[in-house]
Design a protein around this ligand. Sequence first.
Ligand SMILES: [Zn+2]
Length: 350
Amino acid sequence: MAFKNIIGQKKAINILLGTMARNRIPSAYLFAGESGIGKKLTAINLAKTLNCQNSREALSVMRDGIKDKNSLRITDHASRIDCCDECSSCKKIDSRTHPDFLMAAPEKGEIRVDEIRMIEEVISLAPYEGKRKVVIVDDAETMNPSAANAFLKTLEEPPPQSIIILISASPDRLPETIRSRCSRINFSPLAPEQCKEVIRAIDNQDTEITDSQLSTLSRLSMGRPGLAISSDLMEERDWFFNLFGEMSGGRNKETWADKEEMELWFNKAFMLLRDIAVLKITGKSDMLINADLKDRFAEMSKTIEMKDIVDIYGRLSFLKGYLGFNLNKSITWNYVTIIMQNLKLKTGVK
Ligand SMILES: [Zn+2]
């Protein structure tokens, strides 16, 4: 895949192309935005474009800059910068075997100092076969304090010909000292039609998907098609409704299995409250994320007052804000269960 094939994120990509056309590529980027909207894909394409062997336009502009600024507009150059997707460099980056390309990600929910040392070692050497060393740090906010400290030193003295791209869905959890040393690019959730396009493009390689399934998946992904690709959103929704039924009905279950499950539960609860609120305010089911379950949601919206929705939303948002700080699972479970029971919501879901 090349930049031209990425669906959505035109604004972010145009900023990147503009910096390449001006030959002003910073030594560190922070790609900020929700999960599943194309940050990593864009970062990989940046690495490919910077190292592509066939992209003459890109390479000459990046090497020499634009000499005659009057005769050619930056955007003309920018529009021609992309990777070829076919040369050995592009293919090696796609298969993660390029010696000048490294992707780091958390292990067991954390990026440790060893990982940062490895990054330092890799980028301290001159590029081996490419033009630039590119390191992508996914979920960068999971760096523990000693990793963040070590990483700060790398950012303060960036080795020449190296580019570090931090990716984060929670950039506010990164230390300010790190954020301030990165050039930040914001990524936004995709429009529903773009979501459909992404899901359809991926699904074509697998099974045939009906229009109504595509529409449901696109709505459930809430502008983040990567979620529809990486997990089974329908299954997750069933899981949530079952658990929600157990909680609000007072049936006992111990607690969430882990932090990921807990976070997923909160996100689904927000989706539920959002849909009930939309129905209460507009009465229109075509605006629901769960439009395929409109009858169930119509029932639910009758049994709850708007002020209660706002109150519960506020309480859950407050709790969710602490998820990054090792919120106690059992205590949170008990508290949330009480909220759900007070809600006395007849879910109508088995
Ligand atoms: Zn190439």
